[in-house]
Design a protein around this ligand. Structure first.
Ligand code: PMP
Ligand code: GLN
Length: 378
């Protein structure tokens, strides 16, 4: 066999965006903003580019940026990450996740993942010879049964991958979940990979429960984050991860030969931009307005929903409209109605179809209004 990933095809986000473009549909499928990122940030990156930041950044990332990240953890969570040893800048969260997995996962190691799951987790485990142990969650609450999680832990469990706020469901984990996770991993060698790319996007006054807030968890966790999500520029592909130094040492051994370092002027520009914490603290209210607008506009539609609690996705239940499976329905929505979404079954265990679709609301109000006009007619 040539292929290490024989059953993996083109990912759903690429597929649905392509279908949306082909059909000139409103694209609420792939998660990316359709409005410009901040002019001030763009100017700071240009300034860096015009002022000498054009050669390799340090392997771990531009130091000003690592300092800005460390300051953020101090300010928001009162936690310390040493910028020299415990923070590394990456080519988006995707690279951080891939590199973390390839640094630690050996043949036959088990990685627990909660499904539906963001699509890059499972292939990264498989290509590195590991095995995913899926725990399927269900609409509309996607609540974790911690007894079930405990029953899936074995001596082969090397890693547990978590993601709150959650893509695709828009649910969040509460303090009790994090305490359960801390309890069942205590005294083990399990590494927790906490995908926190939507940490600054929570609604209705909810607080983000970062893994770093829990002393025992912090000691075994990698946290990954993405500036593409925070600063509305998914195309820049700048993110980072942080972890205690004994984990980060190992990560950097792989990172330096895989990527070495990432786009330097963007790092310097982002570092300067982050000097004002409002740049990331303002995100909650920015997206709360968009979620509220979208849900208000579709409140009379035939779709059912529980309001998203975090991330920039809203899941809509279409079971009152049709019995079709979610992939067929999503494709029909594009071709017949001109609106694109993501079917959750594709991110779930085979055969799991809760008849829900994910809609991205990181869009201009005009786009959200046009999308709602269509959804109200279905
Ligand atoms: N994790 C989750 C949950 C995501 O939604 C995304 C972005 N789609 C990523 C990781 C990857 O982030 P990046 O674009 O920075 O690689
Ligand atoms: N994170 C984006 C989403 O969930 C997609 C990223 C990608 O296209 N790979 O829609």
């Amino acid at each position: 066999h040539l292929s290490k990933l024989p059953i993996i095809g083109t990912n759903i986000f690429t597929e649905m965006s392509a279908l949306a473009n082909k059909n000139k549909a409103i694209n609420l499928s792939q998660g990316f903003p359709n409005y410009p990122s901040s002019q001030k940030l763009n100017d700071l990156v240009n300034h860096a580019m015009n002022n000498g930041y054009n050669q390799y950044a340090p392997m771990a990332g531009n130091l000003d940026l690592r300092l800005a990240i460390a300051n953020k953890y101090k300010l928001l969570y009162n936690k310390t990450y040493d910028p020299e040893k415990e923070i590394t800048v990456t080519a988006g969260a995707t690279q951080a996740i891939y590199t973390i997995i390839s640094t630690f996962i050996r043949s036959n190691d088990e990685v627990i993942i909660f499904m539906p799951a963001y699509d890059c987790y499972e292939p990264a485990v498989k290509v590195n010879g590991g095995k995913t142990i899926p725990i399927q969650l269900s609409a509309p609450d996607y609540k974790v049964n911690w007894k079930e999680v405990a029953s899936k832990i074995s001596p082969k469990t090397k890693m547990i991958l978590i993601n709150s706020p959650h893509n695709p469901s828009g649910t969040i984990w509460h303090k009790e979940d994090m305490l359960e996770l801390q309890k069942i991993t205590k005294g083990t060698n399990i590494i927790v990979l906490s995908d926190e790319v939507y940490e600054h996007i929570l609604f209705d006054g909810e607080q983000h429960q970062s893994a770093c807030l829990f002393t025992d968890l912090k000691e075994r966790s990698f946290i990954t984050a993405s500036f593409g999500k925070t600063f509305h520029n998914t195309g820049w592909k700048i993110g980072y991860c942080c972890a205690p130094d004994y984990l980060m040492d190992e990560f950097r051994k792989v990172h330096q030969f895989n990527v070495f370092s990432v786009h330097h002027p963007s790092q310097k520009g982002i570092a300067d931009y982050m000097q004002d914490p409002e740049t990331y603290l303002g995100l909650n209210s920015f997206f709360q307005q968009k979620r509220d607008l979208f849900l208000d506009l579709i409140s009379e539609s035939r779709f059912k929903f529980k309001p998203s609690k975090g991330a920039y996705f809203q899941v809509l239940d279409y079971s009152d409209i049709t019995d079709e499976n979610d992939v067929d329905f999503a494709k029909r929505l594009i071709k017949t109605y001109g609106i694109a979404s993501i079917p959750l079954s594709v991110l779930s265990q085979k055969g799991k179809d809760d008849k829900v679709l994910r809609f991205c609301f990181a869009k201009t109000d005009k786009t959200l209004r046009a999308a709602a006009d269509i959804l109200n007619k279905i």
